[in-house]
Design a protein around this ligand. Structure first.
Ligand code: ZN
Length: 171
């Protein structure tokens, strides 16, 4: 049987921390509840996000996991690594509601479910999903994919077919 190994990664955690500070307010107080692991062994994906089962919580004390494939990680540059980890963090959702600000009742603030309560956490699927060969053959044919492309155009780079292949390999 092919070897599979897991190692907690300080490097991935540090990168996630800076991405959370900038883009994921719902994860700010939850970073210690997320386990970041490099997975050694062949896999079809570059990264994976998952909500822990009760047994995984028991074993690790984490609520959520991010896995990164070791080979992919080694092959990626700094920007690609940031995109991968940012992508995985986008899969995590958290229960939230609006409440009047105790400091100023005219304002409403967003309150999140407790970080240590499993019921606070969920996983969301991609906004856009498509086979790379369909994009290769037909371009960005669907309206959902067009709005995705608009976001990509706003981002500071072109979506070339290598990017598409890479994005579709990410889980
Ligand atoms: Zn994904």
């Amino acid at each position: 049987m092919a070897f599979v190994g897991f190692e907690e990664s300080h490097e991935v955690r540090q990168l996630a921390k800076s991405l959370i500070d900038e883009h994921h307010p719902h994860l700010k107080d939850a970073i210690e509840h997320i386990g970041f692991y490099i997975r050694e062994g062949s896999s079809k994906w570059a990264g994976k996000a998952k909500k822990c089962t009760a047994f995984e919580r028991h074993m690790t004390d984490y609520m959520l996991f991010v896995f990164v494939n070791k080979e992919s990680w080694k092959a990626m540059n700094k920007k690609q690594r940031a995109a991968l980890v940012d992508h995985e963090l986008c899969h995590f959702t958290r229960v939230k509601w609006e409440e009047p600000d105790p400091k100023d009742a005219r304002n409403w603030i967003t309150v999140y479910g407790p970080a240590d309560d499993p019921d606070s956490w969920g996983i969301r699927e991609h906004d856009v999903e498509e086979f790379s060969e369909i994009i290769e053959r037909h371009g960005l044919w669907d309206t959902g994919i067009e709005s995705f492309a608009a976001v990509v155009r706003e981002a500071d780079h072109q979506l070339n077919i290598d990017d598409v292949n890479r994005i579709t390999r990410v889980k």
